[in-house]
Ligand binder design. Structure first.
Ligand SMILES: Nc1ncnc2c1ncn2[C@@H]1O[C@H](COP(=O)(O)OP(=O)(O)O)[C@@H](O)[C@H]1O
Ligand SMILES: [Mg+2]
Length: 162
C-alpha cells in the first residue's frame, strides 16, 4: 500500500479529467488547451465541487476531501508543471510555511489546500514577497495570497527569469 492513500480517489478523478480533455483535443484536432470545456468537465467528474475563481492560467474549484477543504486547479500542461516546479523551489523546511501545500498534480490538474479570502495587510505581503524572492518566486500580489488559520500564504506565483 502506498504511504499516503488519502487523496487517491481524487487523483484518479483528476486523471479522468485529463483523459477527457486529451480525448477532446484529439478528436477536435485542437492545438491549444480547450479552456471552454474545463468547466463542464469538472462539473461532470467532480459534481460536488464549486467554482471559486480563475486567473490568467487556471480555473479553480473548491472540493471537500474527508473533512478538509481543498482546491482543484486546472490549466494547461505547461502551467501545471511550472506551478509544481515553482513550489519545489522553496526548501522543504519552509515550503508549507509560505506557500499553500500542493499535494500532487496530474497532466492538467493540481490539488492544493484551500485558503480563505481576507484582506492582506501590507506588512504580510511584503514579508511573503521578501521570503520567497531569493528562490526565484515573483508575482506575489494580494490576489495570490489567502489566509490559512491565523497566517497568510501564497497560493500562486511565477518564476523569475533566470
Ligand atoms: N488555494 C486556494 N484557496 C482559495 N482560493 C484559491 C486558491 N487557489 C486559487 N484560488 C482562487 O482562484 C484564483 C485563481 O487562482 P491562481 O492560482 O491565482 O491561478 P492563475 O495562475 O490563473 O492566476 C485566485 O485568485 C483565487 O481567487
Ligand atoms: Mg494568480
Amino acid at each position: 500500500m502506498p504511504k499516503r492513500t488519502r487523496h487517491i480517489s481524487l487523483k484518479k478523478k483528476a486523471e479522468m479529467v485529463d483523459a477527457i480533455i486529451d480525448h477532446y483535443i484529439k478528436v477536435r484536432k485542437r492545438k491549444n488547451f480547450p479552456k471552454k470545456i474545463v468547466e463542464p468537465v469538472l462539473k461532470l467528474v467532480f459534481p460536488e465541487s464549486h467554482y471559486i475563481g480563475r486567473g490568467f492560467h487556471k480555473v479553480v474549484h473548491a472540493i471537500y476531501s474527508r473533512s478538509f477543504k481543498r482546491v482543484i486547479k486546472i490549466s494547461n500542461f505547461k502551467s501545471t508543471n511550472r506551478d509544481w516546479d515553482l513550489y519545489h523551489r522553496l526548501p522543504r523546511t519552509i515550503r508549507n510555511l509560505y506557500f499553500a501545500k500542493i499535494y500532487w498534480h496530474t497532466k492538467y490538474c493540481s490539488l492544493q489546500k484551500f485558503g480563505r479570502k481576507a484582506v492582506v495587510p501590507q506588512v504580510q505581503l511584503e514579508k511573503l514577497k521578501r521570503r520567497v524572492k531569493q528562490y526565484g518566486l515573483t508575482d506575489v500580489r494580494a490576489e495570490n495570497i489567502r489566509k490559512f488559520g491565523k497566517g497568510f500564504k501564497i497560493i500562486d506565483a511565477y518564476p523569475a527569469r533566470t
